[in-house]
Design a protein around this ligand. Structure first.
Ligand SMILES: [Zn+2]
Length: 170
């Protein structure tokens, strides 16, 4: 796989000429990401295929794979989070065009200026990150904490004992 990726891309021209890109983008080019992850020396593996679909929409399909380290919001210890994000973008020139974009695509607003590739990749990674990252129960050192764990767990899945309790009371 070639590691020579351009710093800036012209998505419209790339789509019209059906270009494909593959390589690595270092986290050091993603300021917003390095503000929140602890592995600032990380690298994102990127594959992008620019195309025009049957309806004439210019598209970007691809994949972003990496690993980020975030602070667990329950115990504040670092936790690893694999990222494997499938990209499906429709290129638009104005905000209004977003309304006409088929639902299968997320809008990629492209102006007159070339688009920094790292910014596109960074946006994709940031979109996949949970607002409240936590270790899985049993791994988290704070999992036994009686103050937080039961409430958070109850929201995620129905408590089987609650069903039993209901059966008994009937
Ligand atoms: Zn934790």
């Amino acid at each position: 796989m070639s590691n020579r990726l351009p710093d800036f891309i012209d998505p419209v021209r790339y789509a019209d000429t059906k270009q494909a890109l593959a390589g690595a983008v270092p986290f050091s080019r993603m300021q917003r990401l390095t503000d929140i992850v602890s592995n600032r020396d990380g690298v994102a593996e990127v594959e992008l295929l620019f195309d025009v679909d049957a309806q004439g929409t210019r598209t970007v399909h691809g994949r972003v794979r990496t690993e980020v380290w975030l602070a667990c919001q329950r115990c504040l210890q670092p936790m690893s989070l694999p990222v494997d994000s499938v990209i499906s973008l429709g290129i638009i020139a104005t905000e209004h065009d977003a309304e006409r974009l088929p639902e299968a695509y997320d809008p990629l607003l492209v102006g007159d200026q070339p688009l920094p590739l790292a910014e596109l990749v960074e946006d994709e990674i940031l979109l996949t990150l949970p607002a409240f990252p936590r270790h899985e129960a049993g791994v988290c050192v704070a999992a036994t904490s009686v103050t937080q764990a039961p409430v958070a767990e109850a929201e995620e899945k129905p408590n089987p004992f609650a069903v039993l309790a209901r059966l008994k009371s009937n």
